[in-house]
Design a protein around this ligand. Structure first.
Ligand code: BT5
Length: 315
């Protein structure tokens, strides 16, 4: 949303406010005010005009302006009803020099997971990518994957869904021994060893999606399935972005917060690493995101790989 439209919307939120007053306050013409109000109406804001002036009656359910409206984080939002992949779009924006942009979609037609796996993204989800340019060395970038897992876990819990984190990038809901995948995170980046140029954190949340429409083998779940009713995607997305914004600025607190929500610690795990599988008990996480595993032959610190929680051996 452009700066002036933002200010018109903010003024309407405090309204009622008359057209001439708005024009004076924002130092624009009355017809410019009218155009901005019309544009907001086109985006789904219900703006009534009565004797006292313009009154904002309702905010659209989802979309760029809906998420920007009242968002307490410095991101602008680019919204698509349907797009191949928000990560791919965010990478293009990175190449154009952009930053602090969130690409958000209702549906993705070519969503991607890690190792080029497919990510199913039917309409009703929260599929988004955050593009930003942190001033950190490349080696620290994995902390942003952890930060997004923490952020989305907090937002899910506020929405009433008891989510937890499986190292390194899954947010899931546990029912007894069973783990259902709620969220996937894909972080991409570019830069030199000593400095990151950009990071794109892609977060895929099964929000108002029927798990039956998702691949069975992943044992998927969704916010709506867990809650028994749809989630307000606008508020959910705002809380997610606000938490992420605060964590990305204070990466020291990320590891601590991550430990609080992790299901992986204390479990027997098997991690597929490029150097072969590693099995043992996951005992800790280290900045910026490595898993510490106690194996039969000693302690291993693993920075990336697919992780499987093994069933505890019952004797
Ligand atoms: C991930 O990969 O979990 C990262 C997914 C990141 C998706 C977001 S959406 C916004 C942004 N734009 C993109 O194009 N991507 C990001 P991975 O750990 O490799 O898991 C992939 C596996 O999860 C697949 O092989 C399926 O088995 C399973 N899967 C696919 N779609 C799913 C879904 N919607 N819910 C649960 N599991 C799913």
């Amino acid at each position: 949303m452009n700066e002036t439209r933002h200010r018109v919307l903010d003024a309407l939120a405090d309204g009622p406010v008359s057209g001439p007053t708005l024009a004076d306050e924002l130092d624009i013409s009355r017809s410019a005010v009218w155009k901005h109000v019309e544009a907001l109406r086109d985006e789904g804001f219900e703006v009534r005009s009565d004797d006292a002036g313009y009154v904002l009656d309702s905010v659209p359910e989802f979309g760029a302006s809906a998420v920007e409206y009242g968002l307490d984080a410095p991101f602008s939002v680019e919204y698509h009803d349907s797009i191949p992949s928000t990560n791919a779009r965010a990478r293009d924006l990175a190449a154009e020099g952009a930053s602090d942009i969130v690409v958000l979609a209702d549906e993705q037609t070519g969503g991607r997971g890690r190792l080029d796996r497919d990510w199913h993204s039917p309409s009703g989800g929260v599929w988004l990518s955050v593009l930003f340019r942190p001033d950190v060395p490349m080696a620290h970038a994995p902390v942003f994957t952890l930060a997004s897992a923490v952020a989305v876990t907090r937002a899910a819990r506020e929405a009433g869904v008891e989510a937890s984190i499986k190292w390194p990038n899954d947010v899931l809901v546990r029912r007894g021994e069973e783990e259902r995948k709620l969220v996937g995170i894909l972080t991409e980046m570019e830069g030199e060893a000593d400095r990151v140029s950009w990071v794109v954190v892609g977060i895929g949340v099964n929000a108002n999606v029927d798990p039956a429409d998702l691949p069975d083998e992943a044992n998927p779940t969704s916010l709506s399935a867990e809650r028994g009713e749809p989630v307000d995607r606008r508020l959910f997305t705002q809380r997610l972005l606000e938490e992420f914004d605060s964590l990305r600025q204070d990466t020291e607190q990320v590891v601590e917060a991550w430990r609080e929500y992790a299901t992986t610690l204390g479990q027997q795990v098997r991690v597929e690493t490029p150097g072969g599988p590693i099995e043992g008990e996951a005992v800790d996480i280290q900045f910026p995101g490595a898993l510490v595993i106690e194996t039969e032959s000693g302690t291993e610190v693993v920075s990336a790989g697919d992780c499987e929680h093994l069933r505890p051996v019952t004797e």
